[in-house]
Design a protein around this ligand. Sequence first.
Ligand SMILES: Cc1cc2nc3c(=O)[nH]c(=O)nc-3n(C[C@H](O)[C@H](O)[C@H](O)COP(=O)(O)O)c2cc1C
Length: 212
Amino acid sequence: MLDLDPDALLTTTRAVRKRLDFDRPVARELIQECLEIAFQAPNGGNMNNWRWIVVDDPALVGRVAEIYNAGLDDYVALLDAGDGYPGAVVPRADLISTSVDHLRENFHRLPAVLVPVFAGRMEQANSFYQASSWGSIIQSVWSFMLALRARGLGSAWTTGHLWREAELGELLEIPEHFTQVGLFPVAYTLGTDFKPAYRKDSGEVIGWNGFS
Ligand SMILES: Cc1cc2nc3c(=O)[nH]c(=O)nc-3n(C[C@H](O)[C@H](O)[C@H](O)COP(=O)(O)O)c2cc1C
């Protein structure tokens, strides 16, 4: 276990892409341990309406990598055809994009990939069902990422493949009424020293007693 107090753990768990160790195997027991910690996060009605698929067969990781890359290609094509990335331009955006590229190019080399899924589809759901469903799994996924970090491993939240969600569903035989959360690389990190990242100033985003 790394020597990190809770605040250090929470503020230095980064999206790791350039510093993933693609060559070092990760034991299944370690992934299971991190998942069991993750399962302690809150979930609506304690229904545990989830499944956690770990892909560690190299050939299957290769197929998942193809779908991830195809999904990102779909997204990039859509952006190229429109007005570009919808979000704000942030400091160090150039580094984010080289980091995204690095993961894309090496995704097939990952020792393992986690695919969390939950029962239910959100296309027709109202805000209550959407918030309750996503809120019942996202916290566990983040706990999983924190548990990895505490043990010298890393991940990155990725949703790029969801442009091809059905393709991955078919590959992993996920029933159609399940929703995929994303793809989460699992690997040791190259070094364990990570720092807090840029975020908007708190004064800009916190409202006391109202929106503004
Ligand atoms: C919902 C969500 C989707 C994301 N999708 C991707 C993705 O498809 N590919 C990728 O490389 N990173 C993805 N990221 C990682 C973000 O780019 C990263 O979190 C952001 O640059 C901030 O970096 P930090 O988490 O280290 O502070 C995603 C993050 C979130 C929260």
